[in-house]
Ligand binder design. Structure first.
Ligand code: SF4
Length: 362
């Protein structure tokens, strides 16, 4: 692994979302959300499975109606990954999905209404060991907080969260996690920082409505990166206006770059310049695509020439340094043999898969 693993994580209480631990010393889990019509069971199951294949630890499904709640039961029966049900206001939907096997209820206790209804939802969660996710969003702050603060602010987000948390505290229900999302990086970061010191529960990170694939990934990486580097965050969702599978990939890339979690190949590649001895960009792109199925962690360095090549290649488990008349392949830090440019991608894929197999065998 490159560099020191410097992040000291905030200590949080562990909850279980189905079989996946969140908080405590559990790995930071990566989530996404389906964007199919939940009543279309076939399409939703297909998307959940695609997310599962991409490595999602947890998937959220929107449950806007009672019909969607019934469809959820059929979806749940066909997938393995834990499912969070997203419910707004209607406590009967929460009770129904709890019966049907929801692994987490995303519902804000303050929005449920009458005390007996809130109690019914919390009791159902308690009886079945289902955690609750409180989700505060700058776009849907309570009216009185909008008036008090004039506009969404970190303090307003935290005050909103604390109201929902107080309700669960009064009902002695500690198994929850909290998100405080805004589309502005600084507002989101400040809100999480404030709340992190006030509660012991896990925090679900996200920059909401971050944007399209590239801009949203960058914005999320900046915002979540600031928090994660400080040790804040137990689970995350990258929100992109793109295929949800991309959210999982970006989420893992963020965690990989902070050495918080490893999944699949960590490519180290030079940006290329006139000195490159083979086509670095085409090689890395082709390898990324061909090795998308890999879940085991492995560092692979693909470097265009001897300027930076040997140093980087020696640090990786598989490394290639461009050279003339032939490139030099490194295995586990030592020069192994020369490889030419012809059939280079095939050869590298073979070597990487062989190295992964060796890793699995030992
Ligand atoms: Fe250029 Fe070599 Fe540096 Fe790659 S490693 S950017 S090819 S000098």
């Amino acid at each position: 692994m490159h560099g020191p693993a410097a992040v000291k994580r905030r200590v949080s209480r562990r909850i279980m979302v189905g079989s996946v631990p969140v908080g405590g010393d559990a790995p930071i889990s990566v989530q996404s959300m389906t964007n199919t019509d939940t009543c279309d069971v076939e399409a939703t199951v297909a998307q959940v499975r695609a997310l599962e294949r991409a490595g999602a630890d947890i998937v959220r499904v929107s449950i806007p109606t009672m019909d969607a709640a019934e469809a959820f039961g059929r979806i749940k029966a066909q997938v393995r990954v834990p499912l969070v049900t997203d419910i707004h206001f209607d406590y009967r939907i929460a009770l129904r999905v709890a019966e049907l096997g929801a692994d987490c209820l995303r519902i804000n206790p303050g929005n449920i209404g009458r005390e007996d209804r809130v109690r019914a939802v919390v009791d159902a969660a308690r009886d079945r060991g289902i955690p609750i996710r409180i989700g505060v969003n700058a776009g849907s702050l309570e009216k009185d907080l909008q008036i008090k603060y004039g506009e969404p602010t970190p303090e307003a987000l935290v005050e909103s969260a604390l109201r929902h948390i107080d309700i669960l505290d009064r009902l002695s229900y500690p198994d929850f996690k909290v998100s405080l999302k805004a589309s502005d990086v600084f507002m989101t970061v400040a809100a999480y920082r404030q709340l992190a010191g006030q509660i012991e529960q896990p925090l679900h990170l996200g920059i909401t409505e971050a944007g399209g694939l590239r801009s949203g990934a960058v914005k999320s990486a900046v915002g979540l990166g600031m928090l994660l580097a400080e040790g804040i965050g137990d689970t995350l969702r990258v929100s992109l206006a793109a295929d949800p599978v991309e959210e999982i990939k970006v989420g893992f890339d963020i965690l990989k770059s902070l050495h918080l979690r490893s999944k699949g190949i960590n490519f180290i590649a030079c940006p290329t310049c006139a000195r490159q001895e083979f086509d670095v960009i085409a090689t890395v792109n082709a390898l990324e695509q061909r090795l998308e199925d890999v879940i085991d962690p492995l560092d692979v360095a693909i470097i265009g020439c001897v300027v930076n090549g040997p140093g980087e290649a020696r640090e990786a488990q598989v490394g290639l340094t461009g050279g003339d008349p032939a490139n030099l392949l490194y295995l586990d830090g030592s020069p192994s043999r020369k490889v030419g440019n012809a059939g280079l991608v095939d050869e590298l894929e073979r070597v990487i898969r062989e190295r992964l197999q060796k890793q699995r065998d030992t």
